[in-house]
Ligand binder design. Structure first.
Ligand SMILES: [Cu+2]
Length: 119
């Protein structure tokens, strides 16, 4: 092996080591996958609520209103939650900390009802 070829081989070997090091460092730096947050949105469309299957206690709930009129998401009992949602707007509220099934309605439209399951 001539010195020149040896130097080239050494350079390639060093480059390969650096490449592997960079790759493994990148893998370690990757954040752990976040838990699924799907289902924290109540959507309103055509005068109907669509609730998530269930939410965790104290979860931040986003309400999206696709209708051209204002709605509210108001708990039937107590003051668990009550939020106004502008036409074509969004609003947020905090789910109750106490697990349970919370029936809710819209203050403006008595036919609109939904349920929020906290567990
Ligand atoms: Cu309404």
């Amino acid at each position: 092996m001539t010195p020149r070829i040896f130097a080239l081989s050494a350079a390639v070997a060093i480059a390969a080591v650096l490449l592997v090091a960079a790759c493994s460092a990148g893998t370690k730096a990757a954040p752990p996958s976040a838990p699924p947050t799907a289902g924290s949105t109540i959507s309103i469309s055509d005068m109907k609520f669509t609730s998530p299957a269930a939410v965790t206690p104290g979860a931040k709930i986003t309400v999206t209103n696709s209708d051209g009129v204002e709605h509210t998401v108001t708990a039937d009992a107590g003051n668990a939650f009550n939020v106004e949602v502008d036409e074509k707007g969004t609003a947020t509220f905090t789910a109750p900390n106490q697990p349970g099934t919370y029936a809710y309605h819209c203050n403006y439209h008595p036919t609109m009802h939904g349920q929020l399951v906290v567990q």
